[in-house]
Design a protein around this ligand. Structure first.
Ligand code: ATP
Length: 383
């Protein structure tokens, strides 16, 4: 708590959910979730619509009673506490300001409601406003502010209560795309400055990747993986996480693992692509998985293309070229499922200087270290 910026915050808080279950009729919104959110951590809960993110956040806030399990703040169970007694601030959309009040009065609102003394209110509002760099706008009304300033005022209103933690539910969803990008870095910077445990809910993977210390990926009321963004991206634990993170998504193709001449061979179904795994990889694979059906995965940026075959493995034809500025996404055709007649494509992200036309032959290659292999039945990563 040394510098004045840190004085704004506040008690530190660790939040824990232990085997939490919450249903609405037949819908299981939270399916036995256990998670520890560290003191001062910026944790992002990421998942598709309906996966249970908001319900989890509301349960932490005390806005939703849980059916089973325990919610702890700093090792104390808070299940029986009302939202007001949990001392955490719920920040909805940042634009939810009182239009008729000034910036000062908007920020001061929770303190006035709690009958805090006037001089103390002034001191705390000023302190928060300085941290947020809106201390020169205290007499303005919301309509005289930019979107970014409004966002900071709403954050200030949450901070001034000195909560143990911030809970934020899609707080940037009504900002335009440009402001959203700006606010992402600003919010992250602020969170580190005020050092307050933050749980941030979004369905936007870029928002999650760019801001989180750790991301909890949710699906159907369960946490699929909780890890720092880099690990979530590079080592997805299952097919759901692999598909959900990354744009374009990871290429996933059904395949089979076979033993041939004491080597382990991976073949992609309905294609000519088949390759021998190194002994080290084979050993690792066999310790975790039997021979048979797998799903092969590779990120588009790990598929390299060449117009000449030298050093490259498989010949393919270009199916589609999408120009994205610095890079291009090139779809190449690997084969066709003879039963369903669906073509099997692989997306490659290449530098936009790579000139190629639809229908042209290209050769593809990839390193063994960057491939992902999933068990087809359990959908769990095995490499
Ligand atoms: P979104 O991103 O769309 O807000 P979410 O991941 O936050 O989705 P929740 O709002 O937590 O998901 O909802 C989880 C599931 O619980 C959904 O199937 C939803 O329809 C259901 N649900 C949530 N609240 C209620 C409620 N009050 N009554 C009935 N069902 C509910």
């Amino acid at each position: 708590m040394g510098s004045s910026s840190v004085d704004v915050a506040i008690d530190m808080a660790k939040i824990e959910l232990k085997n939490v279950i919450k249903s609405f009729g037949n819908v299981i919104a939270i399916n036995n979730i256990s998670i520890e959110i560290y003191d001062r951590e910026f944790l992002v809960m990421l998942g598709p619509s309906g996966c249970g993110k908001t319900t989890t956040l509301r349960a932490i806030a005390g806005l939703e009673d849980v059916d089973a399990g325990n919610i702890l703040i700093d090792d104390n169970s808070v299940n029986h506490l009302s939202p007001a007694d949990r001392n955490i601030s719920f920040v909805f959309q940042f634009y939810a300001l009182y239009p008729h009040l000034t910036v000062f009065d908007n920020i001061a609102f929770p303190l006035k409601a709690s009958k805090v003394e006037k001089t103390e209110i002034e001191r705390r509002v000023l302190e928060v406003a300085k941290t947020l760099q809106i201390d020169t706008s205290l007499n303005r009304k919301p309509k005289q502010l930019s979107g970014g300033e409004m966002q900071r005022v709403a954050l200030g209103r949450a901070m001034v209560r000195r909560p143990k933690a911030f809970l934020m539910d899609e707080p940037m969803s009504n900002l335009d795309a440009k402001l959203r990008i700006q606010m992402r870095s600003e919010l992250k910077r602020l969170q580190k400055k005020v050092e307050t445990t933050t749980v941030f809910v979004t369905h936007d993977q870029i928002e999650a990747m760019s801001m989180a210390d750790r991301i909890a990926v949710m699906h159907q009321g369960e946490i699929q993986q909780i890890d720092p963004p880099k690990k979530i991206y590079n080592q997805p634990k299952n097919l759901f996480v692999a598909q959900f993170i990354g744009s374009p998504a990871m290429n996933l193709i059904e395949g089979v693992l076979e033993s041939k001449n004491s080597k382990l061979v991976l073949s992609l179904l309905h294609t000519e692509c088949s390759f021998i795994l190194s002994d080290a990889m084979a050993q690792k694979m066999m310790s975790q998985h039997k021979l048979g059906k797998i799903v092969f995965g590779i990120r588009p940026e790990h598929v390299t293309l060449s117009k000449t075959p030298i050093g490259y493995q498989f010949e393919t034809k270009v199916h589609l070229v999408e120009y994205l500025g610095a890079t291009k996404i090139i779809d190449v055709m690997l084969g066709e499922n003879n039963h369903t007649r669906t073509p099997i494509f692989l997306k490659s992200r290449v530098h936009s200087s790579f000139q190629v036309f639809v229908g042209e032959s290209v050769w593809i290659n990839f390193e063994e270290q960057v491939i992902h292999i999933f068990d087809q039945e359990s959908q769990i990563a095995i490499s």
